[in-house]
Design a protein around this ligand. Sequence first.
Ligand code: NAD
Ligand code: UD1
Length: 330
Amino acid sequence: MNILVTGGLGYIGSHTIVKLLENNYNVICIDNLCNSNEDVIEKIKKITSKDFKFYYGDVNNKDLLTKIFKENKIDSVIHFAGLKAVGESVKYPLKYYKNNLNSTITLLEVMTEFNVNKIVFSSSATVYGKQEILPIKEDSTLHTTNPYGTTKLVNEMILKDETVANPNMSVVILRYFNPIGGHESGILKENPKDTPNNLMPYIIKVANKEYPYLHVYGNDYDTIDGTGVRDYIHVCDLATGHIKALEYMNNHQGIEYFNLGVGKGYSVLEIVKTFEKVNNVKIPYKIESRRPGDIASCYASTKKAEQLLGFKATKTLEDMCKDSYRTNND
Ligand code: NAD
Ligand code: UD1
């Protein structure tokens, strides 16, 4: 089976390519390196001792996509390529709409031309906005609070409309909760090009003494210790979720939506304490005011993914904290 992976050299894409190669899929990857580096190719090959095809370029480039589909008989697509910084999306909304929406439209056009009907799409828990009822189920009402989130929601709508228009299509929307960690070899890691916004990459910079302390955004939420609660999932578990999605598409048509999370929330201070314990390192922190737009708690209902995909995360918070630091320290 030949799988086209867009954005495959990024954080989640690279870990998924490792899983795909380990499961004997042939991988064809396209990435424009706007948030990744070419050295990831060698890292993936080192871990798996397997090869894959790489095309440097933009998913918005229809000629390049056409060339890729001509040169390779693609069976399914996993579409990771996209911009993902929430704050940047508020500042430059058009950049986000142009990149994240045009890429999907172009990809779907070329898929249709070559009669390729299966696609897995990277969505996000961000499409749930603020939810009162936890754990969050896939059929909850959807709303977004920033342009990045809106691109995810509109992408879901585009894919749904395409599925209605073309009943042969099989689409799996994966709504990721909070991916952290890295490959257990220590070779692959999350490598943000700019100052990290997310919790774990920031903690790692503090552990490595690049930043003096962690800013903890609020300790007055209605949670176990007042700090924000999220559903953190190991990136290697997340990668397995994509293998399950590919298997699911082999005998299901239409569109289906799945949460990928662990189903349990941890607070910021629980993460800090676990990170300190398993890595034997101190993470100084200061409590500050709430980050605008943040919610108190967010965690997934994992039942649907368990029942229909046969997916269940296996890694513990200790594994996640250990593998996050190990990968970033080698
Ligand atoms: P990432 O930035 O590490 O990876 C994305 C990759 O896509 C990068 O290698 C980048 O160079 C490439 N890319 C972006 N636009 C492109 C384009 N037009 N053409 C070709 N390549 C392009 O991000 P990630 O964390 O691996 O996320 C992958 C996907 O999952 C994204 O769509 C993201 O929005 C989504 N997602 C991520 C998270 C998270 O916390 N990391 C959570 C929910 C959803
Ligand atoms: C962020 C994104 C969301 C995306 C999700 C997963 C924002 C506003 N939202 O959400 O769109 O789907 O990541 O990638 O960026 N925290 C600190 N100090 C820090 C960083 C974070 O205290 O330096 C706290 C936050 O207040 C929150 C928790 O840690 O309570 C997790 O934050 P983060 O990693 O940014 O993830 P989300 O808020 O879930």
